[in-house]
Design a protein around this ligand. Structure first.
Ligand code: FRU
Length: 479
């Protein structure tokens, strides 16, 4: 452990100041970061574990890394916590969750093993993380997938109901359908298989990754998961894989999520996957991976030895039958200085020249007369376009005018009455936008060739800005 920590520290002090290095998004000094794991509040600190290949930018040798924070501005340096070095996890300590119990933090994860014929084997494992930062692997708690399922059996997530622990796991049936399985336990160590969670989503993809079951109201649960193999449609499912949810009544006796709504994606942008939710102070806090599997060529940072990031923490709230997302209050700690604070502007075109590319922008546009609005993020001769067509109720994100990285268009339905409300977080290679108080969110990565940023707003009518506020944001620190 000691040796690796030194490596991480040195690398941080020499951290290359590349223009794509983000300031306030969590990323690794080297290697590949993917899913957030084991999110928990323990020992008076938020613990953010994540999938980390510290050796390169490939999906290999997955460890669990850890950073902790109390304020979401100051973090501890990334540390390697779980290493793939035992027979039950030798080809990867895959995703899982955290559970605070008896003053210890238990980490549940999937041990990925390539067997004799290179065949996949999946073991559900547990380790204890102690307050002094030491880790003790306890080994396998669920040996193999039950009959009727393939070895695509992973990503344990635990919740409690009526004094019982329940674990759900993503799985693939022998008929190649994605599902989740439920186990229960009294002590969170010995687990009994209950069965498959029934939903009305049959033939909905070939694998369901990273499931979460989260209580969102007195009698409703959100089942959040990342299905693979869904056909894309004009206004949905446009990424290679999706992450979203259904909400219904959870009947643990019948193992059924009853009366649930249709699947809805959590993020309509280009780069979002495998979110995890944990509860703290009665809030459900979600962090997602900014990236997607099987699309490695879209991320040119690999050339510089690092890849991907995590989203800022988002609070999810159940209102009007959907989940709204908003930035966690602590994200305001990032505000360094307010640059603009204006109300009731009327103009033909609005141009915002920013001297920093790490900004938060709140923009509230009057749409009562105009029908079409464009917000462009310009980096000299390259740009990303966000446009909204009120009549069609369609929002479009266009990355086709960037030279490097992933391109394409994403379209989604968005209802706007009189005001288009945007809350944007722009970092050196990431843009997260919340629409209509978090009814929709889009996350994307971009790889501009220069450091400049100008935001331009255009309209088919005169532009009426009800409000515009911008802040320069500070960098998060790793100490
Ligand atoms: C999702 C995922 C998980 C798996 C992990 C491996 O991105 O494929 O299902 O546990 O990544 O890194």
């Amino acid at each position: 452990m000691h040796e690796n920590n030194i490596k991480v520290n040195n690398c941080y002090s020499n951290k290359e100041k590349h223009i794509w290095r983000n300031k306030f998004h969590i990323e690794m000094p080297f290697g590949l970061i993917n899913d957030p794991n084991g999110l928990s509040y323990y020992n008076n600190k938020f613990h953010i574990f994540y999938q980390w290949n510290p050796f390169g930018c490939e999906h290999k040798t997955k460890h669990w890394g850890l950073i902790t924070t109390t304020d979401f501005v100051n973090y501890t340096k990334p540390k390697l916590i779980l290493r793939p070095e035992d027979w039950f996890d030798k080809d990867g300590c895959y995703s899982g969750c955290g559970l605070v119990k008896d003053d210890e933090l238990k980490l549940y994860y999937t041990g990925n093993v390539k067997g004799s014929n290179n065949e996949r084997e999946s073991y559900q494992c547990v380790a204890t993380y102690h307050k002094d930062g030491t880790i003790e692997k306890k080994g396998v708690i669920i040996e193999k997938q039950p009959e009727g399922y393939t070895a695509h059996f992973r990503d344990p997530y635990i919740f409690m109901e009526d004094e019982y622990y329940y674990m759900i796991l993503g799985v693939q049936t022998n008929d190649l359908e994605g599902k989740v399985l439920i186990y229960s336990s009294e002590d969170a160590m010995k687990w009994a298989f209950l069965g498959e969670l029934k939903t009305n989503m049959n033939s909905f993809g070939y694998m369901w990754e990273c499931p979460n079951l989260v209580k969102v109201s007195e009698n409703k649960y959100a089942f959040i998961f990342s299905p693979q193999g869904i056909q894309s449609e004009e206004f949905k499912y446009q990424n290679i894989f999706q992450s979203g949810y259904v909400i219904g009544k959870l009947d643990l006796k019948e193992l059924e999520l009853k009366e649930h709504c249709e699947f809805k994606e959590l993020d309509m942008g280009f780069d979002f996957y495998a979110p995890q939710v944990f509860k703290h102070d009665n809030e459900n806090i979600m962090i997602g991976w900014i990236g997607l599997p099987d699309k490695e060529l879209e991320y040119p940072t690999a050339e510089y030895g690092w890849m991907y990031a995590l989203t800022m923490p988002r609070v999810i709230e159940y209102r009007n039958n959907v989940l709204y997302q908003k930035p966690l209050k602590e994200v305001e700690n990032l505000r360094q200085s307010q640059v603009i604070n204006e109300k009731n502007l009327i103009c033909d075109t609005y141009k915002l020249n920013l001297d920093s590319r790490c900004v938060e922008v709140i923009l509230n546009l009057d749409m009562s007369e105009g029908n079409f609005t464009e917000v462009s993020f310009k980096f000299n001769d390259e740009y990303i376009l966000m446009s909204y067509d009120k009549e069609a109720q369609v929002c479009t994100l266009d990355r086709n005018n960037m030279y490097l990285g992933g391109k394409g268009i994403r379209k989604f339905k968005l209802k706007v009455e009189n005001e288009l409300k945007l809350h944007m977080f722009i970092d050196n290679s990431i843009i997260e936008i919340y629409y209509q108080n978090g009814l929709e969110v889009t996350t994307l990565m971009y790889f501009a060739k220069t450091e400049a940023l100008e935001i331009q707003i255009k309209n088919d009518n005169i532009i009426k800005i009800n409000e515009i506020c911008t802040w320069n944001l500070r960098s998060i620190k790793y100490e």
